[in-house]
Design a protein around this ligand. Structure first.
Ligand code: SF4
Length: 242
């Protein structure tokens, strides 16, 4: 969806961005507030939303739009279901995830699971937990050691449709600056400013730093994050899983 376009009334995006309007750093948010709260639209039936999501996931699995631009064959990794209640929106798969096909199957995932208060069995086995990064394929690793940024084409192609096909999401985690900028628009503050304002994004959205080892120094400089944000996150997750 182009920046400035409005999500459909009643859609997951519409509800989430109505909340995000209040986030500090979102002062140029381009989406308007929900206008149909007084008469909420009917929820899609579980059967029709499952069919829609299944066919969409099949399309995503077959996507080769970045073939020739990536240093490898595209391998989209996305893990959601109609039962997804916690949606984790990160950056893009890393090399290990590209190889295993499991999102967050790496040290970043170990740190993320610690923040969530869940083990691997729950993370991969509970349908309430879904993962849909800003790009679904590993973008490759730059000469300096870090991964390339997620190809913006991926969100433009798939993101709006995918979020609209997940009607039961209660909490969206914006993990890292890429996900935060996409959700909050070009006027979003820095990752630190956005995460500091976490309370003003609740209850539908929670911005987090990326759990990569590259943010270990950031976590040391910002001890309030693990003292205040992760206990809240664990409490929300515990109410949604199992
Ligand atoms: S990154 Fe996204 S758009 Fe590009 S090939 Fe993978 S699924 Fe398709």
């Amino acid at each position: 969806m182009a920046i400035g376009a409005r999500p459909a009334p009643g859609s997951t995006l519409h509800k989430a961005f109505g909340t995000l309007r209040e986030c500090r750093g979102a002062h140029t948010l381009v989406y308007g507030p929900p206008t149909a709260r007084a008469v909420p639209p009917p929820l899609p039936s579980p059967i029709s939303s499952a069919v829609t999501l299944d066919s969409l996931l099949a399309e995503i699995r077959d996507c080769r739009a970045c073939a020739g631009e990536l240093p490898h064959e595209p391998r989209p990794v996305v893990r959601v279901s109609p039962a997804t209640r916690l949606l984790i929106c990160g950056q893009a798969p890393g090399r290990r995830v590209h190889e295993s096909g499991l999102p967050f199957d790496d040290p970043s995932g170990d740190r993320l699971r610690a923040w969530l208060g869940v083990d691997r069995d729950i993370f991969y086995g509970d349908p309430a937990i879904g993962v849909a990064a800003m790009a679904f394929c590993y973008p490759g690793t730059a000469a300096g050691g870090g991964d390339y940024p997620p190809p913006t084409r991926c969100a433009a192609l798939w993101r709006t449709r995918l979020l609209a096909a997940l009607p039961n999401v209660a909490l969206t985690l914006l993990v890292g600056g890429h996900a935060q900028r996409w959700a909050l628009g070009p006027g979003a503050g820095s990752m630190t400013e956005t995460v500091r304002a976490w309370r003003s994004c609740l209850p539908a959205v929670l911005p987090l730093p990326h759990p990569s080892w590259r943010n270990t120094a950031w976590l040391r400089r910002n001890p309030w994050f693990e003292a205040e944000v992760t206990p809240y996150l664990r409490q929300r997750v515990a109410a949604m899983v199992g």
